[in-house]
Design a protein around this ligand. Structure first.
Ligand SMILES: Cc1ncc(COP(=O)(O)O)c(C=O)c1O
Length: 414
């Protein structure tokens, strides 16, 4: 019998059967068709590897004690410990933690915090500034801040307008900064993925630009929202990407790797002024946001275990070693005329395969994915951009399998 499930970002007429996955361990998934090397960390979430023993143990222990509780007016130890732990490691000045469940909700919360902050001060600052090619999620609010394209064309009537800054590609940085200088005065907030735009095609920009964007925001009193849903927890080589630019955003969104990727949880951290802007005996100034599973205790326990792993294990060294391992195989692609824009940021690499039709709806991405899967590798290119974003436990030998398959793919597709 065919499955009743409607899968995300899947055209069922072209991909009728999802691959059945039965187990995950380290960098590998067991499927009905054999083993798959998870070279995209299961949509950028798995950090240390599938089923890290300390995270699994924390989940099991917490499930035995408290599974779920309303979070309005109630709290619990995993949420309290985690919030304090996050403040200790987050960029300076972030003192409040709001829980939610996904990257999209973390960004929705951030945008609502920014607008609530200005409204509660009687200021008419509602404009949001965002980057060209940005991706912040798939809810109506986050799609509005993200790039427009075929994937959200049907919902355009519901999307709000934002000021769009040109992407600060190398050589075009000043253009971005000039646009921001014009747009920032009177705006509510700038939202940006720091250093690398993920779903936009793994597009890398410099820490200097990020630093300058933060400065311009500060000078015009515009809030800066860093969306580290993807970049957080080590992907770019530092715990948070903002660190590389010496930036402390006003609002920080974390999701995906927060629980080591084991279970859904997200947080939005903010400066004290933003919390204070909602603090009042007047109920109308409340921050009006919640979801049923806000700060689920099992998810918080998993995230608390993740922070302990970062504290106790040599995760930073592992990431530095992985960054070096990822750099080595790139040399051969830099010299290969069938590829362009070969790039790396921290543990992430990406390269664009020169194909006749590279558009988002072109067949190349799903065909490449099928090609890699037949070779036991999970890669999910974005159009013609092939990226490798592995869990930190991946070995040199495993990466060789990935890059050999990419080289082989060039022979067939380019
Ligand atoms: C930068 C960024 N923000 C937000 C999101 C949305 O996160 P989620 O899929 O958990 O809603 C993503 C997802 O890829 C992302 O990369």
């Amino acid at each position: 019998m065919s499955s009743p499930i409607w899968h995300p970002f899947t055209q069922h007429a072209l991909l009728p059967n999802a691959t059945l996955v039965t187990q995950g361990k380290g960098a590998w998934l067991e499927t009905e068709k054999g083993r798959l090397l998870d070279a995209i960390s299961s949509w950028w979430v798995i950090t240390h590897g599938h089923r890290h023993p300390r995270i699994i143990e924390a989940i099991q222990k917490q499930a035995d004690v408290l599974d779920q509780v309303i979070f309005a007016g109630f709290t619990h130890p995993p949420a309290e410990d985690l919030a304090r732990g996050l403040i200790d490691i987050a960029p300076k000045g972030l003192t409040r933690v709001f829980y939610s469940d996904s990257g999209s909700t973390a960004v929705e919360v951030a945008l609502k915090m920014a607008l609530g902050f200005w409204k509660n001060q009687g200021k008419d600052r509602t404009r949001i500034i965002a980057l060209e090619h940005a991706y912040h999620g798939d809810t109506i609010g986050t799609m509005s801040a993200g790039a427009r394209g075929v994937y959200n064309a049907a919902y355009t009537p519901l999307l709000y307008d934002v000021v769009r800054l040109p992407f600060p590609a190398p050589g075009r940085e000043q253009e971005t900064l000039d646009h921001l200088k014009q747009a920032a005065p009177g705006a509510a907030a700038l939202i940006a993925e720091p250093l690398i735009l993920g779903a936009g095609g793994m597009l890398v920009y410099s820490a200097d630009v990020l630093h300058d964007m933060a400065r311009i925001c500060r000078e015009s009193g515009t809030l800066m929202i860093a969306d580290e849903a993807m970049t957080g927890f080590g992907r770019t080589g530092t715990l948070f990407a903002c660190e590389q630019a010496g930036v402390s955003p006003d609002i920080l969104c974390l999701a995906k790797g927060l629980t080591g990727g084991s279970i859904p949880l997200a947080v939005t951290l903010c400066r004290e002024e933003i919390f204070a802007g909602h603090y009042s005996t007047d109920r109308s100034r409340t921050f009006f946001h919640s979801s049923s599973f806000t700060a689920n205790p099992i998810a918080c326990a998993a995230a608390r275990a993740n922070l302990e792993i970062w504290r106790d294990e040599p995760v930073r060294e592992r990431i530095a070693a992985l960054a070096r391992l990822q750099e080595e195989p790139l040399a051969r692609f830099r010299d290969d005329a069938r590829f362009e824009n070969v790039r790396r940021l921290g543990t992430i690499t990406a390269m664009d395969l020169k194909v006749p039709d590279a558009g988002y709806l072109a067949n190349v991405a799903p065909e490449l994915m099928k090609f890699f899967q037949a070779r036991g590798i999970l890669l999910r290119p974005l159009g013609n951009s092939i990226y490798v974003l592995p869990p930190y436990c991946v070995t040199a030998g495993e990466l060789d399998l990935v890059y050999d398959a990419i080289a082989e793919a060039a022979g067939k597709f380019a």
